[in-house]
Design a protein around this ligand. Structure first.
Ligand code: NAD
Length: 298
C-alpha cells in the first residue's frame, strides 16, 4: 500500500519505520525537516518527503496516519490552510493516532466525513518501546467496517488492535485508562513510601502487595521504588519511559472531558494537581513513576 505519515517524532518515526518494514511505501511530512530527511534516508527510494500536510495526498496514497503532540496540532494538520482536508480526500482513510481529547477527535472526524474522507481515531499505549517493537495497543474509534478493513495495516505497528465504538471512542478509552494509571501510580508511590518509612524492606513490601489485594500494574510491572524491579525507570534514575509531563497532559484531557460531560473524577483531578506540582518543581522530563519523590523523606 502507498501511505501518508504526518508527525515523525519519538513515536511516529519508529511507527513509520515499521510500516516500511511491512512493505508499504510512504509520503511523509513533519514541521521539523530533519525528521523528514532522516526517514527519507532510512527508506531510500521508498519514502518521499513533502512540504505540507495537504501535499501528502498528492502522492495518491490510500491512507494517512498522523502522530502529533496535541489537539491544536491535529486541528492544524487536518483543518488548517494547507491541511489534509483542503485537498481531494474522497475515499482516503485518515487515521489519527495522537492522544487528544474525545471532543476534538469527534470534531475532526465530522469535518473529515463532510469532506468525503473516512476517518478513525486510533490512539496508542505502549510507549516508544512498543512503537519500536511494533507491539503497541491501538484503541480505535469510528465505523466498525472501516476498522475491520484497516486492522491489518495497524497490525504492522501494533499487537493489540481493539475496536472501541464510534468516532472519538478510541480517545475515550485512552484517557480513561491513563487517568487510572496516573491514580494507581500515585497510590503505589504513597503505599511504598509509607511502608519503607515504617521500617519495611521495599522488595519484601512490593512482593506482599503483588501477592495481595493491592496488586496493580504500577506495583508489579513498573514499581516506582528504586531497586525493587530491574529494567524499569525507577532503577535507572527515572530516565526513559513515559514522561511526567505526558502523564500531566493525559490527566488534563481526562479532567477536561469529565468537566464537559459533568462527570465527577475527584481522584483524577487530584492526580492532575499532583503531577502539575511535580512538573512545576522541574521534574516534568522524568518518567511518571518519579512522582514517588514527592513522598520521600528529606
Ligand atoms: P513528539 O513530540 O516526539 O512528536 C511529534 C511530532 O509531530 C514531532 O516530530 C513534531 O515536529 C511533529 N509536529 C508537530 N506539529 C506538527 C505539524 N503541525 N505538522 C506536522 N508535524 C508536526 O511526540 P511523541 O512522543 O511522538 O507523541 C505523539 C503523540 O503520541 C502524542 O499525542 C502523545 O501523547 C502520544 N503518545 C506518546 C507516547 C510516548 O511514550 N511518547 C505514548 C503513547 C502516546
Amino acid at each position: 500500500m502507498k501511505l501518508g505519515f504526518v508527525g515523525l517524532g519519538n513515536m511516529g518515526a519508529p511507527m513509520a519505520r515499521n510500516l516500511l518494514k511491512a512493505g508499504h511505501d510512504l509520503v511523509v511530512f513533519d514541521v521539523v525537516k530533519s525528521n523528514v530527511d532522516a526517514l527519507v534516508k532510512h527508506g531510500v527510494g521508498r519514502v518521499k518527503g513533502v512540504n505540507t500536510p495537504a501535499a501528502v495526498l498528492d502522492g495518491e496514497v490510500e491512507a494517512v496516519i498522523t502522530m502529533l503532540p496535541a489537539a491544536q496540532h491535529v486541528k492544524s494538520v487536518y483543518l488548517g490552510g494547507d491541511g489534509l482536508l483542503t485537498t481531494k480526500v474522497n475515499d482516503v482513510v485518515l487515521i489519527d493516532s495522537s492522544t487528544i481529547d474525545p471532543m476534538s477527535a469527534r470534531d475532526v472526524a465530522k469535518a473529515a466525513a463532510d469532506s468525503g474522507a473516512l476517518m478513525l481515531d486510533a490512539p496508542v499505549s505502549g510507549g516508544t518501546g512498543g512503537a519500536e517493537a511494533a507491539t503497541l495497543t491501538f484503541m480505535v474509534g469510528g465505523e466498525e467496517a472501516l476498522f475491520n478493513r484497516m486492522k491489518s495495516l495497524l497490525q504492522a505497528m501494533g499487537k493489540n488492535i481493539i475496536y472501541c465504538g464510534g468516532a472519538g471512542n478510541g480517545q475515550v478509552a485512552k484517557v480513561a485508562n491513563n487517568m487510572l494509571l496516573g491514580i494507581s501510580m500515585i497510590g503505589t508511590a504513597e503505599a511504598m513510601s509509607l511502608g519503607v518509612s515504617l521500617g519495611m524492606d521495599p522488595k519484601v513490601l512490593a512482593g506482599i502487595i503483588n501477592a495481595s489485594s493491592g496488586r496493580c500494574w504500577s506495583s508489579d510491572t513498573y514499581n516506582p521504588y528504586p531497586g525493587v524491579l530491574e529494567n524499569v525507570p525507577a532503577s535507572r534514575g527515572y530516565t526513559g519511559g513515559f514522561g511526567s509531563d505526558l502523564m500531566l497532559k493525559d490527566l488534563g484531557l481526562a479532567t477536561e472531558a469529565a468537566k464537559l460531560s459533568k462527570q465527577p473524577v475527584p481522584l483524577g483531578s487530584l492526580a492532575q494537581q499532583i503531577y502539575q506540582t511535580f512538573s512545576l518543581q522541574g521534574h516534568g522530563g522524568l518518567d511518571f513513576s518519579a512522582v514517588i519523590k514527592l513522598f520521600a523523606k528529606k
